[in-house]
Design a protein around this ligand. Structure first.
Ligand SMILES: [Zn+2]
Length: 158
C-alpha cells in the first residue's frame, strides 16, 4: 500500500478502536473528521528522509502502546527490508491534528522512521508531540485513547 503524505485517506470507511486490555471490545464509526495519510511507504516510491527529534519517536512509540486501532485488517510487512528480515505491523495510528484533521499512519511508521530514515511531515511531528499521553494511557473502556469518538459510535463485544 502506498499513499502520498498528506493525501486524503480512504483505505477504510470506518475507524475502529479496540480496547487494549480486553483485546475484544471494539467501537467503530464513520469519522466526521478528515483523515490524511502519513507514512505509507513502499519500495520504489520516493519518501522524505531526515532526522527527527528523539522525543517525537519515543512519544509515537508510547502512543502505539496504548492505542489499538484498525487492528483487524491483517498484518502488513515492511516492503523496504529484505524479505527474511521484514517486521510486520498490524493496525494503524490516529493522531488528532488541527481543524478537524486526523493523521492516519500505518503501525510500521515507527520502524520506517528508525530503520529507514523516513521523516514524516512536520505537522505530524507537531501533532504527536501535542498528544496528551497521560490522558490516553488512563483511558479505560468504554473510553479509548482518542479524543474525537462520536457519541453514536457503535460499540460491541466481538
Ligand atoms: Zn523495514
Amino acid at each position: 500500500m502506498f499513499y502520498r503524505d498528506l493525501s486524503k485517506y480512504d483505505y477504510q470507511d470506518e475507524d475502529t478502536f479496540t480496547d487494549r486490555e480486553s483485546g475484544f471490545y471494539a467501537l467503530w464509526y464513520r469519522p466526521a473528521y478528515s483523515r490524511l495519510n502519513v507514512g505509507w511507504l513502499k519500495a520504489g516510491k520516493p519518501y522524505s528522509t531526515g532526522t527527527v527529534p528523539t522525543a517525537f519517536v519515543e512519544k509515537l512509540k508510547a502512543v502505539q502502546q496504548v492505542q489499538w486501532m484498525n487492528v483487524c485488517l491483517g498484518a502488513h510487512e515492511c516492503d523496504l527490508c529484505p524479505e527474511d528480515k521484514a517486521p510486520e505491523g498490524n493496525g494503524e495510528v490516529r493522531i488528532p491534528g488541527e481543524h478537524g484533521i486526523a493523521y492516519a499512519a500505518p503501525f510500521l511508521i515507527t520502524h520506517y522512521i528508525t530503520d529507514h530514515g523516513y521523516r514524516p511531515p512536520q505537522v505530524f511531528i507537531d501533532a504527536v508531540l501535542a498528544v496528551d499521553l497521560d490522558a490516553w494511557a488512563a483511558a479505560r473502556w468504554p473510553d479509548v485513547p482518542f479524543p474525537w469518538i462520536p457519541d453514536d459510535a457503535e460499540r460491541m463485544l466481538q
